[in-house]
Design a protein around this ligand. Structure first.
Ligand code: SF4
Ligand code: SF4
Length: 112
């Protein structure tokens, strides 16, 4: 469908064609919506105490559990917001958090 928008400034609200149709709630799970992430979370299993705060706070349910343990991040749905890394408590034994945000692509050869 092609719209003639040459006189769009004169349109009345009822003349605007629908811009999107969302047939059902929760369907973002069916799509890869992690594509605009600029940073990704990386978790150090040794420093992780399995407190599950990252899982509780992640707004995209992108922290993957196996039973009651964090095992991975769902990078098709993680937006790289960093909330998990922010909420992850500092492990006193290691003096750091288990989650660190790293720039996308820095794992590629020659990228620092
Ligand atoms: S960076 Fe944001 S979206 Fe990704 S796992 Fe952490 S809290 Fe969830
Ligand atoms: S918030 Fe940090 S310590 Fe807690 S489960 Fe997540 S990664 Fe592990």
């Amino acid at each position: 469908m092609k719209w003639d928008i040459s006189r769009v400034n004169e349109w009345k609200s009822e003349e605007f064609p629908p811009g999107a149709v969302i047939p059902e709630g929760g369907n973002s799970h069916d799509y890869n919506v992690g594509g605009w992430r600029s940073e990704r979370p990386v978790r150090d299993d040794k420093a992780c105490t399995q407190c599950l705060l990252c899982w509780i706070f992640c707004p995209d349910t992108a922290v993957v559990l196996d039973g009651e343990k964090v095992v991975d991040f769902d990078l098709e749905h993680c937006k790289g917001c960093g909330i998990c890394a922010n909420e992850c408590p500092t492990n006193p034994k290691f003096g750091r958090k288990a989650i660190e945000m790293i720039p996308e692509g820095c794992e590629l050869p020659g990228v620092k």
